[in-house]
Design a binder for this molecule. Structure first.
Ligand SMILES: [Fe+2]
Ligand SMILES: [Fe+2]
Length: 220
């Protein structure tokens, strides 16, 4: 499938795996700002569109994302639960003790990511509460065919998504933009890689709900 500068950031992310990393690198918001065209997003951020297109094509080559647009609503919900909800829970369960360990062992280092473990716990708490609302209220409504009545809950979820994105910016700052100090140990390396991947996956999760699932539900 060929996409161009008039396609939205959301369409790029839902069509090709890998392009989300390019958007994250360039600080382009494809989750809550996913309805912007590539052209408009580049213009408002002062990004050279030709160079970005080159990076996007490279990242997209041969890597097609799950065909969200071709799936039925129930299947999109099931995939979100499996690919994102379950994965975030597993990842956070692994990352929080790892962050505690790195902060304890390297407490005297100037590069120590102080506060990262506590903030991962805050993120876990907020994400858990959000995912439970989706799992217990919104998704059952959608699966029982009452999605057209879900405008209120969807607005609430989209509002919470904005706060998750703000949390991710803070997380990246606490993890020193994922730049490892020279000679970083295996735990430190695994921690930053894991947190960076968590950021990417939460953004993809939000983009899939905001740009694929919610419009499908509300437009019938
Ligand atoms: Fe979700
Ligand atoms: Fe959500």
């Amino acid at each position: 499938m060929e996409l161009n500068e008039n396609n939205t950031l959301g369409e790029w992310v839902s069509t090709f795996a890998g392009v989300s990393q390019v958007f994250i690198r360039n600080n382009l918001d494809f989750c809550c700002g996913g309805s912007k065209s590539l052209k408009d997003a580049c213009e408002s951020s002062g990004i050279n569109i030709e160079e970005l297109m080159k990076d996007l094509k490279e990242a997209a080559a041969g890597k097609t994302a799950p065909k969200w647009n071709l799936l039925g609503i129930d299947q999109v919900v099931d995939d979100i639960l499996e690919i994102f909800h379950k994965k975030h829970r597993d990842d956070l369960q692994m990352l929080i003790p790892l962050a505690k360990k790195v902060e304890t062992v390297h407490a005297s280092s100037a590069d120590c990511p102080k506060g990262l473990a506590d903030f991962l716990e805050t993120l876990q708490f907020e994400l858990e509460s959000h995912m439970q609302k989706e799992e217990q209220i919104l998704f059952p409504m959608i699966k029982s065919g009452r999605g057209m009545m879900a405008e209120g809950p969807i607005q609430v979820m989209m509002h919470e998504h904005i706060s998750h994105i703000e949390n991710l910016a803070k997380l990246k700052e606490l993890a020193k933009n994922y730049i490892l100090p020279n000679g970083a140990c295996g735990s430190w390396t695994a921690l930053y890689k894991g947190v960076e991947n968590l950021e990417k996956e939460i953004k993809e999760h939000i983009a899939t709900e905001n740009n694929i699932l919610f419009p499908k539900v509300l437009n019938g």
